[in-house]
Ligand binder design. Structure first.
Ligand code: SF4
Ligand code: SF4
Length: 446
């Protein structure tokens, strides 16, 4: 017998624990047992009851067992190729902001493409996505540029999908919130949109990068937009990019976000760009950043407002399924550009890497056979060597192969900094659990 790949040892003060991340079992153990498991000592040294209990919980497994291959086989056998889960529509590549770190627009090679998507391309793209797609868990995302510069595209898309095509779909918009009007806000609320607003902390932090093209502050306009959205009944998720410019005062920035009473915040590490340097993480000390992040989690729990990445880990631990694709881009998504191109991931909009003209394809079957989509379909956590041998694999929510490719040169090689943050989040969650603290962010009565 051997220790399972998914048996993770955790120590807090003088207490010792083993967690099986696949069966989601946690045991408090004594120091000797911790030592035996940690040093991969002879498991026969474990007392009989402990040994039997560990076998039952999957902490100790037969020597010849290949746990990862088994999981992989099960997942791949159930993977339905016909199902596409995510449609990203880019109504326009134009944006009224000039954020220097924008991973969509900074890599743009030309000034073309600022047009609004035509009805013809829009409906063709939607049909292309919906036809022969049996998925009942579809999500429609409007992205940019700034999607609210062309709100009519949103209205037409929803009318067409839900009214004409009679398909059920979750709806999401990612916006800078500067162009929100009461009418737009009401529409989003009535249609139950997941509304995501980018805001980089307090005014000082936010105005470092998220400025109008002429350099003016956008902060007050964004806050006004958030208020209008909330007054109309929308729940707001705030997306904050974390970089050199705001990492030092992270807790201050997070406090200011929480004061706005969003339903969720997400502290996003910057994505590396394809062709240019975003210049916002040169001096970032990841250890300090993670320590500050963990401090922020205490603040989020106090206010009962979840942080998205932490919530992903918790959700990953509480549900019994493993998320084996890092994101929908890996074979389950179509991004539609205003100039009629489709690709697996909207983040490549700037260079159009992996994008192809929609008009070349009769159906998704043809698209699936292209080298580009085939390559993305092959991306699973199992194919990444680091993930394949990681104790966190069953719980890890994956992330962003676009960023992985830009940092490591491979769509299948996760950067170490990313893993360090996931592991710190997991430790924090386990720390709360073993101390009898709530791990969900809900209020007592929820
Ligand atoms: S992304 Fe990193 S932390 Fe997550 S499973 Fe892979 S190696 Fe582990
Ligand atoms: S690769 Fe990154 S940016 Fe692209 S769809 Fe996946 S998570 Fe989103």
């Amino acid at each position: 017998m051997k220790k399972s790949l998914f048996a993770y040892l955790y120590k807090q003060k003088e207490k010792f624990y083993v967690i099986q991340t696949n069966t989601r079992r946690i045991f408090e153990i004594d120091e000797k047992t911790y030592y035996i498991l940690n040093e991969c000592k002879e498991l026969a040294e474990l007392d009989r009851d402990t040994f039997n209990c560990f076998v039952e919980a999957g902490i100790v497994v037969p020597k010849e067992s290949d746990e990862v291959s088994l999981m992989e086989k099960g997942h791949m056998a159930n993977d339905n190729d016909l199902e596409w889960h995510s449609l990203h529509i880019i109504p326009t590549e134009a944006c009224n902001f000039g954020c220097e770190y924008c991973f969509v627009l900074k890599d743009k090679q030309t000034t073309e493409g600022e047009r609004v998507i035509s009805d013809e391309i829009l409906y063709k793209g939607i049909d292309f996505f919906l036809d022969n797609n049996p998925s009942d868990q579809m999500i429609l995302t409007f992205y940019g540029g700034e999607p609210l510069l062309a709100p009519e595209v949103i209205y037409k898309s929803v009318d067409y999908i839900e009214g004409v095509r009679k398909r059920k779909i979750s709806k999401k918009v990612i916006t800078n919130a500067s162009r929100v009007t009461p009418q737009i806000a009401e529409y989003l609320a009535v249609h139950e949109f997941d509304v995501n607003v980018s805001l980089d902390g307090n005014k000082d932090g936010h105005d470092q990068f998220r400025l109008y093209k002429d350099g003016r502050s956008t902060y007050d306009d964004v806050i006004r937009g958030i208020k209008i959205l909330q007054e109309a009944g929308n729940s707001i998720k705030i997306l904050m990019t974390v970089g050199d410019f705001n990492a030092k005062n992270l807790t201050e920035h997070v406090k200011s976000l929480l004061e706005l009473k969003p339903t969720t915040i997400a502290l996003n590490l910057p994505k590396a760009l394809q062709t240019t340097d975003n210049q916002i993480e040169r001096k970032m000390n990841y250890e300090q950043l993670l320590a500050a992040y963990i401090e922020c989690m205490d603040l989020c729990y106090e206010k009962h407002i979840p942080e998205g990445h932490m919530a992903d880990i918790i959700y990953g631990f509480l549900r019994s399924e493993t998320q084996y694709r890092p994101c929908h881009g890996c074979g389950k998504q179509i991004a539609l550009s205003p100039d009629g191109l489709i690709g697996p991931c909207q983040a490549y909009l700037g260079t159009k890497k992996y994008f192809m003209p929609l008009k070349l394809f009769k159906d998704k079957e043809q698209l699936r056979k292209t080298e580009e989509f085939e390559k993305w379909k092959q991306i699973t956590m199992y194919k990444c060597e680091k993930c394949r041998y990681c104790y966190l694999l069953p719980v890890c929510p994956g992330d962003c192969p676009y960023d992985w490719e830009n940092r490591t040169g491979s769509l299948l090689n996760v950067p170490d900094t990313y893993c360090a943050s996931r592991k710190a989040m997991f430790d924090y969650m386990i720390g709360r659990l073993v101390n009898g603290k709530e791990i969900l962010f809900r209020t007592k009565n929820a």
